[in-house]
Ligand binder design. Sequence first.
Ligand code: 5GP
Ligand code: ZN
Length: 114
Amino acid sequence: MMENCLFCKIIKGDIPSTKVYEDEYCYAFRDINPQAPVHVLVIPKIHVANMAEISLLPQEAQTALFAAVKKIAEAEKLEKGFRVVSNCGPHACQSVHHLHLHILGGRQLAETMV
Ligand code: 5GP
Ligand code: ZN
């Protein structure tokens, strides 16, 4: 738990969120400003800032994060496809400094990524 971290507060339940998945290592919830019909954020329960710090997570937590993506994609019926994005640092316009994977889908997404 990191003081003043929005996503740590969401995990703790101090800030409400719409949960879509949870296990020992991860929490997933709907993005407040969805960019697609399905826009879910998957986060590790241990605070790390971004993908540049992912090796600070125990191996089990790293594995769980990616396993959660697959489970959520299935639960959200994204069989036609989906996109996973993780913004890391200023060049990527990361705005919340707790590692998160965006899962985007539910419609045809743009061919360009940037
Ligand atoms: P970033 O820009 O860091 O990759 O993504 C942060 C994401 O968090 C944004 O898509 C933004 O809409 C989402 N977000 C910011 N604050 C909240 C919040 O309080 N609740 C939820 N559910 N999502 C949030
Ligand atoms: Zn945090």
